[in-house]
Design a protein around this ligand. Sequence first.
Ligand code: UDX
Length: 434
Amino acid sequence: MRISVIGTGYLGAVHAAGMAELGFEVVGVDLDATKVDSLNRAKMPFYEPDFEPLLEKHVGSRLRFTTDMAEIADADVHFICVGTPQRKNSLAADLTHVDSAVDAMIPFLKDGSLVVGKSTVPVGTAERLAERIEVATPESVSVELAWNPEFLREGFAVEDTLHPDRLVLGVNGDNAESVLREVYARAIADQTPVVVTDLPTAELVKVAANSFLATKISFINAMAEICDVTGADVTALADAIGHDERIGRKFLNAGVGFGGGCLPKDLRAFSARAAELGAGQSVAFLHEMDAINLRRREHVVNLVREHLGALHGRRVAVLGAAFKPNSDDVRDSPALSIAGQLHLAGAQVSVYDPKAMANAAAIFPTLRYAESASAAITGAEAVLHLTEWPEFRELDPVTAGELVATRLVIDGRNLLDRDAYRAAGWTYVGLGRP
Ligand code: UDX
């Protein structure tokens, strides 16, 4: 079986390499020649642990990348992995890339091939695309379309691709389920749940999952707000409610809130799609989840103001720029957003992130980027811990205390050793903690 993967961003590039690892011959297609060139040299165009060794292993043998869509012609299964970002001036998803990818594929689809959507799309998109393919292909060419949402987490993308915790197959024809079971046979164990369903359910599974995760985070952040006005401790609260198996402790870490290329835009696109369908009220609570989330960023800026007074000219160190550790992704990053707000308020902000400096500088060139965590905090009047890279937890509060101008740390992830910081003479401020 030959496989093509259209779109080689975080999802597509890792999926293509994962499919090669499963034993298939794979071609990845992208419009971006620089990205394609980098992938063909087995160099990852973004940071993702364990990804480069997979490229090194398979590029040059069964994995290749191209900008030429014609090269998908001999593939039997085509995965659509293009981005569906938030539209400008609207909450809805921008489907331009999905639509143009499908249009560009159509002339090269052979009879009996299967097109599989993995991109996160508004419910109803798959059926629309199936019709489009049906209308645009000659009668002698029969092509099925399936939807197979992807749940990979950045930082664990290779693991999640090669060992998914569940498979969701939205199918609408006879063949798709057996072909997809064959594709994933080596990635799933006997116990891996496989949910076979229709196209709209498969599309909804993805946005429902991400909305649930976002809601869980915003719920605990709402509790953090209540803790702040009552003197209670949100981390103990999360531990206590998390012991209830029905609730679970995961995704109950209060802090600066969620960011990244998925949760924020999926939540918004889901609201927009539900409103289009006349069911806006059913997910109206998602607007509140988004609002709670954005308030977290403002709250950190206000905390700095509370402690330092007017921000103009004040020196603030920001530890972290990526939206989460083990990633260089700064899309909708709480850390970078807070750094930006402080900078716009006149503070002298010095940012350090182990992997995301280049991406951060590309979208926020006016911030000062330091060469190390120690360089960032030197002379600082406030240190903000905003992305939980392990190296920030390893900073020694005593040594760090000698570098700063004022021993004030705001722990946006509630993960630093509060007692050690206090013992070293720091004012430690957690979020939702006394
Ligand atoms: C998410 C989903 O987890 C994944 O299944 C989907 O395919 C894509 O979206 P990802 O964006 O890589 O994956 O990040 P994730 O690890 O889910 O974290 C999302 C955000 O939530 C991060 O900004 C993280 O810092 C934040 N978060 C997570 C919290 O603030 N608190 C938590 O308890 C957990």
